[in-house]
Ligand binder design. Structure first.
Ligand code: HEC
Length: 134
């Protein structure tokens, strides 16, 4: 368990300097960090994860779709009303191409919605789902 995690942490450090990433390469990294084959990542679990409402910090329900909307091909909105470009690569080809950016926002948004960081499995499932949204 420790070894794949270390390798994945190193891989992310290297990827930070060299930003060319794809949804598939991200899935490979997250699967390795979770200790499962990439084929074991589940778009279905990723979709459920994206939509599920959890008790937010202020008591109001929070979810990924709360800011990014139910359809990730649509533009979303922050809580203060600032526009967020669509999250799905089908609508926004810049998405899931920069590992450092993806990690930064997973950290922020997972902490916001779940009050903890997302696991590698959750991130992998999420990418598996988002990349196939059409
Ligand atoms: C409070 C509003 C908010 C919530 C809730 C939220 N996000 Fe985000 N998300 C943002 C903003 C703002 C950005 C960065 C702005 C941008 O890239 O357009 C972002 C960017 C991202 C990115 C970067 C993608 C890329 O390649 O550019 C990912 C991944 C992401 N969010 C995933 C999630 C997930 C998973 C959840 C649920 C656990 C979530 N977000 C919940 C506001 C939110």
């Amino acid at each position: 368990m420790i070894k794949p995690l270390l390798i994945a942490a190193l891989a992310f450090t290297v990827a930070g300097a060299d930003a060319a990433e794809t949804p598939d390469s991200l899935m490979t990294r997250y699967a390795a960090a979770a200790g499962v084959p990439a084929a074991a990542l589940s778009a279905e679990r990723g979709a459920a994860f994206y939509r599920s409402e959890r008790p937010g910090r202020d008591g109001k329900p929070a979810s990924c779709s709360g800011c990014h909307t139910a359809d990730p091909k649509q533009a979303g909105k922050t809580r203060v009303g600032k526009r967020i470009e669509p999250l799905a690569p089908a609508a926004n080809p810049e998405r899931l191409t920069d590992a450092a950016k993806v990690e930064k926002w997973f950290r922020r948004n997972c902490t916001d919605v779940l009050q903890r960081e997302c696991s590698a499995q959750e991130k992998g499932d999420f990418v598996a789902w988002l990349k196939q949204v059409r």
